[in-house]
Write a protein that binds this ligand. Sequence first.
Ligand code: FAD
Length: 373
Amino acid sequence: MGDAPLDCLVIGAGVIGLAVAREVARTGRSVALWERRSEPGAEATAAAAGMLAAAAEAHSPGPFFDLARRSADLWAGWAEQLLEESGVDVEYQDSGLLRVTTSSEVAGDLEIRRAWQLAQGLQVSELLGLEELRQVVPQLGPEVVAGLHYPGVAHVHSHRVAEALALAGSRAGVQLRLSTEVTGVRPRGELLEVSSGAERQLAERVVVATGSWGEQLLRGLGVNLSPEPVRGQMLALRPRGRPLPEIVFGDLGYVLQKRSGLVLVGATEERVGYLAETTLEGVARLAAMARSLIPDLGPAAFAGAWAGLRPFLESGPVIGPLPQDPRVILALGHFRNGILLAPVTAQLVGEVVAGALEPEGLLAFSPRHILGG
Ligand SMILES: Cc1cc2nc3c(=O)[nH]c(=O)nc-3n(C[C@H](O)[C@H](O)[C@H](O)COP(=O)(O)OP(=O)(O)OC[C@H]3O[C@@H](n4cnc5c(N)ncnc54)[C@H](O)[C@@H]3O)c2cc1C
């Protein structure tokens, strides 16, 4: 058996588990974070482009859009706090984003999107033609026919986010255990017993933040939920031309420039199981997409490629206590938006750990709502 019972044990040190563990530790509770890999943030989190793009990701008004906006609004303050607590700059850049299209049919969809987003109070331009768009990003290619400008959209450096959260968490008291795979969680009297092989630890609450994994753990808890890995491949380039002033988000992917000068080109969406590898086909598709949006990238130097597994759940994110055992809290299924949604997820889970059963804004994502019970 491990040490004295903990207030909370978080399983999985991706951006979600790291954010939750830090949040709970900041309230003075004892928290451990157990991670299977030898470093934090090594799975989907490390692969992410770091866009905080509620505007480009939500397809309709509703709870997901509200949650995403709420989190996007938290991000600037969160980045400052993380710098103060960890000394790590997560490179928050509110560059703005152009959502562009090469198809006149999609341009019609963008008009519809603009109408509901405007009604929701989002800052968005009129539908712009190529010449107007080029006043924002001069490098846009001639295939682009129309687009929307979102001046407020930001991005961060996802590796730095994981690093900052891990450091800030450990300074707040999070006991991070790496290379420790959780193999079971079961009730033991008033507490929960978490096991990793022969090792055991008791905790009052357990947060499951296992990304694309954890189906078996969940089944052991009587939960029928299967996160599906959706592979995303990404390409990094070292451009030779002018800096790219904003995120350019097209029909088939996006291009953005990090503070280091690296241009990221992402991302494929592939259902190939747990194969987190890059392929010639994937990289070729990304290269063609990037050249169509920004032809200037042709002579850019190849600086790397990687892949990660986005945690997909049909229902969208599931966040909150299990109806059959509220001591177990889920924080899963953040799919394409885990970096964006980390601050709000941490805040809501923090409230649940502190005793709130259904914090405001959580109902649509709660396991009770999604799984029934
Ligand atoms: C190419 C790509 C681009 C992306 N771009 C963006 C973007 O621009 N903006 C954005 O917001 N999101 C983006 N995402 C999505 C984002 O990366 C994910 O939503 C986010 O990282 C999910 O975080 P997570 O903590 O749930 O999962 P993960 O980061 O996968 O972390 C889960 C962790 O749990 C651990 N684990 C699993 N099972 C166990 C166990 N039994 N015991 C112990 N540990 C366990 C894993 O090892 C892993 O470290 C992108 C993703 C990809 C692949």
